[in-house]
Design a protein around this ligand. Structure first.
Ligand code: FMN
Ligand code: 173
Length: 370
């Protein structure tokens, strides 16, 4: 762990990036092709300004929201990200413990370096926590079904079906450095050893287990027939797909572009959020990830119609910086910052955060009301 003060997520990114080997750092931090979307995911939050209401009693604020029938401490959860043992040997176990300690929920990647049972147990030993299981449509349906059944038996509350990855994105940075997962780090959820994963990465990339012939009709009714868990779609960017998710009876969507790692030059998630939330009309849960790096980003996402935000890279940076404690630090930074943003904006409960709390800069004009 480095000695400098880590006060914000940018500090954490810097500290972690100094610790990580260059190829791993680039694998974590990069996006696809020209890196347009990975950058814009964060910078697009800067279009918005918060309009505070003053002289309001904010001595007691509640930052809690209810998710999977339990309150979480604030509207932020940790996105599923693969290969967390590349950041710290404890990998997903540390993330699960940190989420439990902070009172929030965790997404488990199909490419986790620990089993779903180990990850859920590690968190539950610390405190109440819910997990969701991230899933790809797979060519091997039997294996996909085994993943779902084990996740359900381990207590996961939902499947997050990642819909944006029929094939892998174009990752120049990863390919330049020849990134490969370290030997000895297995992927038990997809039932692969590190050697098999290395071979696969060489041959045709991680996504070769995914099914490029997936479809709503093939996946959703089948998933519904094999599990009672909630079904969420991760990787939605259009109101049309929100509508389709509703038609298929899905429980929620994550507005996501995979942190800019799949199709580059898709819009920043915060830029499509208002239209997606409007299309949902309360019929399906709308969450968002991509570029969330501060309490005011969370505040803005909620004002624009999201129920909850998720973060990927900040968790990886926390892990690399100091394992479980690093992820706890990341979650605490965002919690304190979000709570303070609410107080300074004059909101004492989540339901008071609305579009009227925001102004926007449009095409170099003056600040406009939304
Ligand atoms: C290193 C890395 C690995 C990831 N692995 C997965 C994965 O296995 N499955 C998945 O659905 N998303 C994966 N994601 C995407 C995240 O779930 C999430 O959508 C994204 O990181 C959010 O953007 P942010 O990193 O800017 O917060 C990964 C992201 C990163 C950075
Ligand atoms: O790199 C990614 O974005 C990703 O989704 C992934 C998939 C498999 C293993 C590691 C990461």
């Amino acid at each position: 762990m480095a000695a400098e003060k880590v006060l914000c997520i940018a500090d954490l990114e810097k500290a972690a990036s100094q610790i990580l080997p260059a190829a791993t750092r680039d694998f974590f931090n990069s996006g696809a092709t020209s890196q347009v979307t990975v950058r814009e995911n964060s910078s697009s939050y800067q279009k918005y300004r918060i309009l505070p209401r003053v002289l309001k009693d904010v001595s007691q604020v509640s930052t809690k929201i209810s998710l999977f029938d339990r309150d979480i401490s604030f509207p932020l959860c940790v996105s599923p990200a693969g290969l967390q043992a590349m950041a710290h040997p404890d990998g997903e176990l540390a993330t699960s413990r940190a989420c439990a300690k902070a009172g929030t929920n965790m997404g488990i990647s199909s490419y986790a370096n620990h089993s779903v049972e180990q990850i859920t147990t590690a968190g539950k030993e610390i405190g109440p926590i819910h997990h969701v299981m991230q899933l790809y449509s797979m060519a091997d349906r039997e294996k996909e079904a085994r993943i779902v059944r084990r996740a359900e038996a381990a207590g996961c509350k939902a499947i997050f079906l990642t819909a944006d990855s029929p094939v892998l994105g174009v990752r120049y940075n990863e390919w330049r450095t020849g990134f490969l997962p370290s030997p000895g780090l297995d992927n038990p959820i997809i039932e692969k050893t590190s050697e098999q994963i290395q071979q696969q990465s060489h041959d045709d990339g991680f996504s070769s287990f995914n099914s490029a012939s997936h479809s709503w009709a093939k996946e959703i009714p089948w998933l519904r027939s094999i599990t009672d868990m909630e079904i969420w779609i991760k990787g939605i960017l259009t109101p049309e797909d929100v509508e389709t998710a509703i038609e298929y009876g899905c429980d929620g969507v994550i507005i996501s572009n995979h942190g800019g790692r799949q199709l580059d030059e898709t819009p920043a998630t915060v830029d499509v959020l208002p239209a997606c939330a409007k299309a949902a009309r309360g019929r399906i849960r709308i969450h968002i990830d991509g570029g969330v790096r501060s309490g005011s980003d969370i505040f803005k996402a909620l004002a624009l119609g999201a129920e909850c935000c998720w973060v990927g890279r900040p968790m990886l940076w926390g892990l690399a910086y100091n394992g479980q404690q690093g992820v706890e630090l990341m979650l605490d930074i965002l919690y304190q910052d979000f709570k303070r943003s609410m107080q300074l904006a004059g909101c004492k409960s989540i339901s008071e955060i609305s579009q009227s709390s925001l102004g926007i800069f449009r095409s170099d004009g003056p600040l406009a009301r939304l």
